[in-house]
Design a protein around this ligand. Sequence first.
Ligand SMILES: O=C(CO)COP(=O)(O)O
Length: 247
Amino acid sequence: MTSQVIIGNWKMNGLVADARTLARAVADGVSSDTGPRVVVCPSFVHLSTVAAELSGSAVALGAQDCHHEGRGAFTGDISAPMLADIGVRYVILGHSERRAGHQELDEMVRQKAVAAASAGLVPVVCVGETQDQRAAGQARDVIGYQIEGSLPQDFAGIVAYEPVWAIGTGQSASIDDIADMMAFIRAELARQFGEGGKTMQILYGGSVTPRDASAILRVAEVGGALVGGASLKPESFLDIVRASAGD
Ligand SMILES: O=C(CO)COP(=O)(O)O
């Protein structure tokens, strides 16, 4: 079985010294033996610093976004080949904070996933419904459309289910809700991608803490976790890593 993957999304937090300290502590705390794959995703400006700290460790480097073009006149953007060039191996795409704050639509996320894969990065494409959509009974429809629109035909990356209402609230989705949506996402992936969709890794994200990580990581179809706030403290992130069954 594929090992679980635990990804820390550091979002827009900390300065260089903080990123260095956090990366060092995570690198020191993760052994290279069996266990989950561990990835940390600092901000763009901290990637090189963190790459140096992670060098020789079992922790991989990820980024939080990339542009869909490989190069050109795109002021302020970062391309997938630029990320690969400095040692990035994973890239989070279509996070709800980018969908909401940067008007990223499914089609744009899909193009980014294509660009990431062709640069040799593993795309981690996020999907998730808002509180209003859930209350209106539209959670499944929204996720189904996001999967259909955001994942390219030959997608071979990771899908992260992050219900928007559970992000940063301190209250993760219930185990029942997670189990229900995971089963739905698995069925959708199998419907849309055939055989490939049956093994695609699906992560849960949204207020994962050491307290509930173990229960969440044992839900059927959960292939790991995408961790925000709790990934900023080495002890809590490492506790979540240890809570993973590994495979
Ligand atoms: O958005 C998230 C990870 O991408 C989740 O963030 P929190 O763990 O802070 O809720």
